[in-house]
Design a protein around this ligand. Structure first.
Ligand code: K1U
Ligand code: ZN
Length: 173
């Protein structure tokens, strides 16, 4: 089946605050499957529902995946809450919805996340390093926040100008 398209900056759907998932229905299971398919195809190490245009509080993550080993271990995270943050870490981030750009972002170095899995079972996870960074990046998507909202105003405006130029050139053909 065809892969779903990723919503890209500056699409206003990326700015919405997503709604909690109620019941875990077949539609939610299908959305989670679509999200994993897109994440591995890109490839990425995470993907949030708003990136496929769905304003729902769920994301998928696989920070262990590498192209060489292609060992898939996706985790579906539903209705997450970050219940503890500690320390600081700076990581060079990218985003599948923010084409052709990376920047250093400061985040909490360790987080504790509480969420539901696809079976509706509660998960509590303590994470650090890339895993902590990625959990916070994906969690931000659910609140309509992109990593470029967490960099300096100057860097963000330079990226916005570059992106506008890129889109104008694309529409000129
Ligand atoms: O949310 C997204 O758009 C996914 C994004 C997650 C992320 C990357 C880096 C830091 C924090 C969060 C990506 O996966 S971008 C692609 C990427 O980083 C990557 C892809 C393949 C292998 C390793 C990394
Ligand atoms: Zn992202």
């Amino acid at each position: 089946m065809a892969l779903r398209e990723i919503v890209q900056f500056p699409d206003p759907r990326l700015k919405r605050i997503s709604k909690p998932v109620g019941e875990i229905t077949d539609e939610i299971r299908e959305l989670a499957r679509d999200m994993c398919d897109v994440m591995y195809a890109e490839p990425g190490i995470g993907l949030a529902a708003p990136q496929l245009g769905e304003a729902l509080r769920l994301f998928v993550i696989d920070t262990e995946w590498t192209e060489e080993e292609n060992d898939r271990c996706p985790q579906v995270i539903i209705n997450p809450e970050i219940v503890h943050k500690e320390g600081k870490i700076v990581w060079e981030e990218a985003c599948l919805s923010v084409p052709d750009y990376t920047a250093e972002v400061e985040r909490a170095a360790q987080v504790t996340l509480r969420a539901l899995d696809l079976e509706g079972k509660e998960i509590v996870e303590e994470a650090e390093g890339l895993r902590a960074v990625c959990l916070q990046h994906e969690y931000d998507h659910l609140d309509g926040v992109l990593f470029i909202d967490r960099i300096s105003r100057l860097k963000r405006s330079l990226y916005v100008a570059k992106r506008k130029k890129q889109l104008a050139e694309e529409s000129e053909g």
